[in-house]
Design a protein around this ligand. Structure first.
Ligand code: ADP
Ligand code: ZN
Length: 704
């Protein structure tokens, strides 16, 4: 009896049959039932939370067609294709459609042959279309990206302001407005401008547990570190790299491309056709990296973005959350990786101070940047802080951010902070960080002599710290408001109210130790369920390959055939939509079967051989080590053995590119290959001893 109720729930049935999911995510069921019953709804759900089914299922269950207003014309085609793949009768109306095609869609609407119709806002409001809608049967209006009504936001669309007319014209049709933008003022604006006073507001949790937050300060080698991060953890996967300026976007994309990655630039200054093409490729191909300014990403509906990297500081935590939220929408592990620097802080401060906005607005922006900086310098759980900022709570540290995984070291920087502050004061509160550091280090610079600053009491008092550490001190002090950047825009530093107690020795300053995002051998590699066993990996690759072939044949993005999550689950095949199952089952079953036949267990006793075998089957070094109960360094030793026998190359063993290998080889040539430590140090400790063992083995093999 009780199970019957389950089975009969029509919303669950549709979720399973049409979309192939077994369970609703939090809030989806409530929202769907509310709209089916004819209520208005305002849905605030993070990107990737699963907003679409909240209007798609009611549209399927209510009589008539669900009309979806979306500003993202470029994506409509894909959204509609995805729905059709699932057997839903969907269509769109926008400026890309030829008149005859549009005519057909309109006929289908009147004939009640459509479940869902996607319409661009400017088209929807044309009198002719409003007339058309009045003659059709409308199940609901869904207003996607509803924050576009907000004049304060970055995505303001004037057409959205007119959407309240829908309510006047069709008072009985339920409306559901959806957005990922959380803050209360925006919410208020949406209610006001869309006349949603009667709507029930649903606010879904903001936690994205599968995203791992990792932040570190970047030095001059940020690009190399980005490359290493991609190579080591996301080879062949899709990602987004955000930069602040168009120039940096272009440089970074070119630099990554020159190193063999598919990296495409995207910013508002590029021709529309090129941007469209980039977006298309990102959606359709599997391993495209888009390097972008913030202009890229709104509404990008790609579930398998495996990483979002920031090479600059975002201007607020809202922006950071929204941008990082584009990773891992399929629920599989994803990285939010960021390098930030002192220059970012100064640039953003200057941009704010020089902007034409009114004082109140500037003040808000300043606070937002401060919150962002505070987040960077945090030494406790990032996720807890992020959620707290959005009014959400997480009771315990998350265990999936850098600070949880390896708590950062801090040091008592009170003395250093006092020296920095007095140096700012003694030199007249008008010089930038580089100059101040030169004075602290007692550098022999003509400019310092010219100003007579070689005579001030702070000249040369900071020699106990290297310049890099002083940068960290200054950056963190600015972040904490202990120093302010000047308004004129030259980056000069001055004291603040908060500087005083520190200068007087009344308050202590605890700072984060300088550190890097860990390099290969030390890093916490992600335990990807799908790569847990080498056999899984092979099967995974086979399924992915088959998917690519099917996707290409159908002209669809691969994830629309089956998502990564579905492929990963395919062994048990839970919840694949019926329509898709019929269409593709035989193809995938074939792969599954042939794989099962080939997977006979191999037992290798020889320890070096076994490490090699596992590695070559697709495990990374960390995984091999874990699997064998050995340390990663030991696995590298095994590789070094193999290299010494000419059975492996250092490139294969380390996964490093030639440029990097060359720099290591050069270090061996320079320091000799007897001892590893001098080489390790000369390379800035960037490569583990395990990696050095491998390169040395090759070096010796070649020179013997
Ligand atoms: P949003 O519009 O909120 O950013 P989407 O509606 O695009 O998110 O959904 C994000 C991803 O989650 C999509 O890949 C979607 O298919 C998937 N999804 C949505 N609802 C469920 C569910 N109940 N179970 C599993 N996956 C879901
Ligand atoms: Zn954490």
């Amino acid at each position: 009896m009780t199970t019957q109720v389950e089975v009969l729930d029509p919303t669950r049935q549709i979720l399973q049959k049409v979309f192939g999911y077994t369970h609703f995510r939090p809030h989806q069921a409530e929202i769907i039932n509310h709209v089916i019953a004819g209520g208005d709804a305002l849905v605030i759900m993070p990107t990737g939370g699963g907003k679409s089914v909240c209007y798609q299922i009611p549209a399927l269950l209510r009589p008539g067609t669900g009309v979806v207003v979306s500003p993202l014309i470029a994506l409509m085609h894909d959204q509609v294709s995805a729905l059709r793949q699932n057997g839903v009768r969907a269509a769109f109306l926008n400026s890309t459609l030829a008149p005859e095609a549009a005519g057909k869609v309109e006929q289908a609407l009147l004939a009640e042959e459509l479940d869902l119709l996607y319409v661009a806002p400017e088209r929807l409001l044309q009198p002719r279309i409003l007339e058309l809608l009045a003659r059709a049967r409308i199940a609901l209006f869904a207003i996607d990206e509803a924050h576009c009504v907000s004049q304060w936001g970055h995505d303001f669309r004037p057409e959205y302001m007119q959407l309240s007319r829908l309510h006047e014209r069709f008072p009985k049709v339920p409306r559901i407005a959806l957005t990922a933008t959380a803050d209360a003022p925006t919410r208020g604006e949406i209610v006001e401008r869309l006349a949603l006073h009667e709507a029930h507001t649903f606010i879904a949790g903001f936690d994205r547990p599968n995203i791992r937050y990792r932040l570190a300060e970047g030095g001059g080698n940020a690009r190399e570190r980005l490359l290493r991060f991609i190579r080591e953890e996301h080879e062949g996967e899709a990602g987004i790299v955000y930069c602040l300026s168009r120039r940096k976007v272009e440089e970074t994309a070119a630099w990554l491309s020159a190193r063999g990655l598919t990296a495409l630039p995207y910013h508002a200054g590029l021709p529309a056709s090129e941007r469209m093409n980039t977006q298309e490729r990102f959606l359709r191909e599997e391993s495209v990296i888009v390097v972008a300014t913030i202009a890229f990403g709104m509404g990008i509906d790609k579930p398998d973005v495996r990483f979002v990297a920031h090479l600059n500081l975002p201007r607020s935590l809202e922006a950071y959350y929204q941008e990082t939220g584009r990773a891992g929408r399929d629920g599989l592990p994803a990285d939010a990786w960021m390098l930030y620097g002192l220059q970012d802080v100064i640039t953003l401060r200057q941009m704010q101070d020089n902007s034409q906005a009114d004082e109140a607005y500037k003040r808000i922006e300043r606070h937002k940047l401060e919150a962002m900086l505070g987040f960077c310098e945090l030494t406790t759980c990032r996720r807890q802080a992020l959620l707290r900022y959005f009014g959400d709570t997480l009771d315990a540290p998350c265990g999936n951010c850098d600070n949880c995984l390896s708590p950062p070291a801090t040091w008592d920087a009170t003395e250093a902070a006092r020296k920095a502050l007095s140096c700012v004061y003694r030199t007249g509160q008008r010089f930038g960080v580089n100059y101040l550091i030169d004075v602290l280090l007692g550098k022999d610079e003509p400019r310092i002599k010219q100003f007579g600053h070689d005579l001030v009491s702070t000249f040369g008092i900071g020699q106990e710290l290297p310049a890099e550490d002083w940068r960290g001190v200054f950056r963190q002090m600015i972040a904490r408001g202990l120093l302010a950047v000047d308004l004129q825009g030259h980056g000069g530093l001055r004291l603040t109210e908060a500087s005083r107690p520190v200068l007087r020795g009344e308050s202590k300053v605890q700072l984060r130790r300088r550190e890097r995002i860990r390099s290969k051998a030390q890093s916490h590699r992600r335990e990807r369920r799908r790569f847990a066993k080498s056999a899984d990996r092979a099967l995974w690759e086979a399924l992915r390959a088959r998917r690519s072939v099917l996707a290409e044949a159908e002209g669809l993005p691969a994830y629309m055939i089956f998502s990564d999550a579905m492929l990963a689950d395919m062994a048990g095949v839970p919840g694949v939509g019926e329509h898709k199952l019929k269409a593709y089952a035989s193809d995938f079953l074939e792969v599954l079967k042939s794989n099962a036949a080939a997977a006979n267990p191999v037992s290798v006793v020889e320890t070096v051989e076994e490490s090699l075998l596992l590695y070559r089957a697709g495990m990374d070094v960390e995984a091999v080590a874990r699997h064998r109960g050995l340390r990663a360094e030991t696995i590298y030793q095994h590789f070094a053995d193999a290299i010494g026998r000419g059975e492996m190359s250092a490139a294969e063993a380390t996964g490093l590119e030639d440029v990097e290998l060359d720099s290591i080889r050069q270090a061996f040539a320079m320091h000799g290959d007897e001892r590893l430590k001098p080489v390790f140090d000369s390379l800035d400790k960037a490569y583990s001893y395990g990696i050095l063992h491998c390169v040395r083995a090759e070096f010796r093999h070649k020179h013997q």
